[in-house]
Design a protein around this ligand. Structure first.
Ligand SMILES: [Zn+2]
Length: 429
């Protein structure tokens, strides 16, 4: 018995150190950032390399380096040049992809900034960026060799703004590190920013499942300085000079608040080790946005469901959750998803590969799809039609959820499980 115990113990030691050994074989503690441009229109996409940077901190995972959770419209892969072994991979989505669904993309070619980050390699690697073709199929977009000693890799030149650790519980390698970046705060409004950043941290950390894992979460406040106070509102002819140039009225949607200055955002984030970026906008106007492994953005002073919006947008950017709402008018955005494909987001399904989603969580005897009535509204998990902006052909797990309305008390069990899975993926050794 004791022998078995010892071998089990040794087995666990082996398992827990294997990830760290792999990391140390291939990577340093710094980060490698690749800036590139997505260019195209509704039907075509190209990617062009802009520059490569060495940054001082790697805040991401040090285990599960060559696996991912199959999330995002895109993914990148880093392979060792000599052995050809996959040594790091990650998925991500983009504002560019959302723009491709707009009317403008039907008749215009545009470019969008994009960055990816991985631990700084010790030896030459090949980096490839791929675009999703289906639930498990990908097509190559851009591939290049990266020699870590290349003199043209930009060495660190950080923006000089103050940084505060506002919630620090764990070492960065064992934590979800969230970089909160000030947007629309002047030098005189720095105190307000720290107060607002603390409020944002409290909104997240008091909401499950973040609450249960708060000993694995660090939050940093990066006090980027803006020339003007507040946020640009193009639909009201108000443009401001702000740290990362964010604005409402993205794609002509009044409440859609985003920034296209991805390189500037990443420059500020590089002041800390980070897994996730949250841009905090100094405005009382309701709005926000969140894109998987890209960034989340929320208003600091909106008195309309501020806490709920903060969590909702982080649900998108951190765990790749889809919106579970849809529009009552049929035909409005009814072609957002191809219903012949299974979407990659963990909390919606077209039923094409429902077994890969939450089929196992549904109590026996629950009808598929689940009709909406007073009884089914209360069941924790079912398959309700209407999700991902579409009234037909796309299904959500529960009648209500943080990803559907601001009135929902919590994430539905499927979303909660997806967030928890991401926390464990990033923090477990
Ligand atoms: Zn949900």
């Amino acid at each position: 018995m004791r022998k078995i115990f010892i071998s089990i113990f040794l087995f666990f030691i082996f398992i827990t150190t294997a990830g760290a050994q792999d990391f140390n074989n291939y990577f340093t503690d710094k980060a490698c950032r690749v800036d590139f441009l997505f260019c195209g229109n509704k039907n075509n996409t190209s990617a062009f390399l802009d520059k490569i940077k060495e940054e001082p901190y790697w805040g991401g995972r040090r285990s599960h380096l060559s696996s991912d959770l199959n999330l995002g419209e895109y993914r990148f892969r880093v392979t060792d040049s000599i052995s050809g072994n996959l040594i790091y991979t990650d998925g991500f989505s983009t504002l560019y992809f959302e723009w491709q669904t707009s009317d403008e993309a039907k008749h215009l070619q545009k470019s969008f900034e994009q960055s990816i980050q991985f631990p700084y390699p010790k030896k030459p690697v090949v980096v490839s960026i791929e675009k999703r073709r289906g639930f498990t199929t990908w097509e190559p977009l851009l591939q290049f060799n990266l020699n870590p000693s290349d003199k043209l890799i930009r060495r660190y030149n950080p923006p000089t703004v103050p940084v505060k650790e506002i919630y620090k519980t764990a070492l960065p390698e064992r934590a979800i590190d969230i970089a909160v970046i000030a947007e629309g705060y002047t030098a005189k409004e720095q105190k307000k920013f720290y107060k607002d950043a603390l409020k944002l941290a409290e909104s997240l950390l008091s909401h499950e499942p973040f609450k249960s894992y708060k000993s694995r979460i660090n939050v940093y406040a990066i006090a980027a300085v803006s020339e003007n106070s507040g946020i640009s509102m193009p639909h009201k002819d108000e443009w401001k000079n702000t740290a990362v140039g964010s604005h409402f009225y993205t794609f002509y949607e009044p409440r859609y608040l985003t920034s296209q200055n991805v390189f500037a955002i990443r420059d500020y984030a590089s002041l800390v080790p980070y897994d996730a970026i949250y841009i905090l906008a100094n405005t009382a106007t309701y709005g926000g946005g969140g894109i998987y492994n890209f960034y989340a953005l929320a208003s600091a002073d909106s008195n309309r469901a501020q806490k709920e919006v903060v969590v909702h947008e982080f649900g998108h950017s951190f765990a790749g959750l889809a919106d579970e709402y849809f529009y009552d008018k049929p035909d409005v955005l009814d072609d957002m998803y191809d219903t012949k494909e299974e979407p990659w987001e963990p909390n919606i399904t077209s039923l094409v590969h429902f077994e890969k989603k939450w089929k196992e969580l549904i109590p026996e005897g629950t009808p598929t799809p689940t009709p909406v009535n007073e009884d089914t509204k209360k069941i924790p998990v079912g398959v309700f039609e209407g999700a991902g902006y579409m009234t037909k052909g796309m299904y959500r797990p529960a009648y209500d959820c943080r990803m559907r309305t601001n009135n929902a008390p919590a994430f539905c069990p499927v979303c909660e499980k997806a967030v928890e899975k991401m926390i464990l993926f990033l923090t477990e050794e």
